[in-house]
Design a protein around this ligand. Structure first.
Ligand code: FAD
Length: 450
């Protein structure tokens, strides 16, 4: 009966390619339309290896799709952050318990692997160089342009999944409908990708067991390892203002800035000036919208439904979790799509809105708080509480990155845990007594009264 179940996916990015595997495994005939040319042959955009942090929610989806082992081979564990001080000092902060880590994976490598796996399934067909122009809502007809010939045509389908990213043309068509809610919020910060190349023998210039971070108050530099020995670095900073991209226009300005704030990186980055000149300064925004489906026939998933800023490393993980949730709803409702879309549309936005908020909050933590002694003290207490009371206490970071607790619960825990820490700050000499009986007594009281 495979050919009776048909679906169209717009966008063969991370979420679209993975979702095609989920559908194909259930016997759907899946047609995936992608604007770019086939990146298995053409190479991935940019050329440089841009990487992403994959964590528990993403792994679960990858596992259900049956490709965990393949991805594990190219994923580098990062069990903590390595903080680089202005005096070049190094401080390691574990993210979770012994054995827990987030993983650095190449965006291009992962996308190519997902497309390869989907393409090996006989019921998935990829159509590259096909740019979606929008959707004629009344007839469920997607409008496409073949980018090589310029020919325009329509594809009609009763089951359309829009995984066409943060600027989704499918969503833009839905935005014209009455009662479609949409917001797009840019932050005042941008980012630029830079590179730390491998040593001549292919080894890494810094340790790979960490996400490297240079927190500098209002801005920061991070670096994630790649399997080719290089690191992809990202500088996040304001577009305008005192220390900002607008004041880094000449080679001299860039050199002076790095000498002042990131002196230990200069010798690691031989192509700094060239990279700084040539790589774009990109903007960051959050997209929220609702409803996510139209007449149970078109469904937005991934960034098309909920684009977030990257500071919790959760955008892709959240999109992958969309797939896991839809998969379980397919079981629950025996693939009755109106019921699946209704429930997904009713429940999931609360969590995607929560991770959007958490991602904005985590920016402050990364660029500023990680260097604050009070924050480091709280991290020690968090770890202690979790070891002593594993069932009753989990840090917000762990909830987001190492569990499947709904994002909305993790967001609710932010305020509750802040309240707990504020109570603990009243304990005398907390710096020395961070694992003492008073801390535990305050915790027990908080547990009963929160
Ligand atoms: C700097 C940065 C760092 C990030 N780091 C992380 C991280 O560490 N961890 C994490 O989980 N997430 C991270 N993210 C977020 C992550 O990149 C996104 O959430 C993820 O790529 C979303 O996947 P998607 O498939 O929904 O969209 P996309 O990956 O954007 O894919 C959309 C696809 O649709 C195609 N498309 C677009 N328009 C059309 C059209 N008109 N017709 C046909 N096809 C079209 C595109 O070519 C693309 O292939 C980061 C994002 C940024 C910007």
């Amino acid at each position: 009966m495979a050919n009776e179940k048909k679906a169209v996916i717009v966008g063969a990015g991370l979420v679209g390619a993975l979702w095609s595997v989920f559908l194909a495994k259930r016997g759907y005939q899946v047609d995936v339309y992608e604007r770019r040319s086939d990146f298995r042959e053409a190479g991935y955009i940019g050329g440089r290896s841009i990487n992403l942090a994959l964590s528990e929610r993403g792994w679960k989806a990858v596992e259900i799709a049956g490709i965990r082992e393949k991805i594990e081979q190219v994923a580098i564990p990062m069990p903590g952050r390595m903080m680089h001080g202005t005096d070049s000092s190094l401080t390691f902060q574990p993210y979770g318990e012994e054995g827990q880590a987030i993983y650095s994976v190449s965006r291009g490598g992962l996308n190519i692997e997902l497309v390869k796996i989907a393409d090996e399934m006989e019921n998935v067909r990829f159509h590259f160089n096909q740019a979606c122009l929008g959707v004629d809502i009344e007839s469920n007809t997607l409008r496409f342009e073949d980018t090589r010939s310029g020919v325009e045509y329509g594809i009609e389908s009763d089951l359309i999944f829009a995984t066409d990213g943060a600027f989704s043309p499918v969503r833009q068509s839905l935005q014209k409908l009455p009662r479609f809610n949409y917001s797009q919020q840019y932050i005042d910060y941008g980012y630029k990708e830079l590179c730390i190349p491998a040593n001549p023998d292919g080894s890494h210039q810094m340790g790979t067991g960490a996400l490297h971070i240079w927190p500098r108050g209002n801005f920061m530099l991070i670096a994630l390892p790649n399997i080719d020995g290089s690191f992809t670095c990202t500088l996040f900073m304001p577009f305008e203002g005192e220390d900002s991209f607008e004041h880094l226009r000449t080679d001299e300005q860039v050199t002076a800035f790095f000498e002042k704030f990131f002196p230990d990186t200069l010798q690691l980055m031989p192509t700094l000036l060239e990279d700084f000149r040539e790589n774009p300064t990109s903007a960051l925004h959050t997209v929220r919208c609702h409803p996510w489906h139209y007449m149970h026939k078109i469904l937005l998933i991934g960034d098309a439904a909920h684009a977030i800023v990257p500071f919790f490393g959760q955008g892709m993980n959240c999109g992958f979790e969309d797939c896991t949730i839809l998969d379980s709803l397919m079981d629950k409702y025996e693939e009755h799509w109106p019921s699946i879309m209704e429930e997904f549309n009713a429940n999931r936005p609360e969590d995607s809105n929560a991770i959007a908020d958490l991602a904005l909050l985590n920016f402050i933590e990364m660029r500023d708080k990680v260097a604050d002694p009070k924050f480091l003290l709280w991290k020690k207490i968090e770890k202690h509480l979790h070891e002593r009371f594993p069932k009753d206490f989990q840090s917000v970071y762990s909830m987001v990155s190492f569990s499947h607790v709904p994002y909305s619960q993790a967001l609710a825990a932010v305020g509750q845990q802040e309240e707990l820490f504020n109570r603990m700050l009243k304990i005398k000499d907390l710096e020395q007594n961070w694992n003492g009986s008073e801390v535990e007594a305050v915790f027990q009281y908080w547990l009963k009264t929160r």
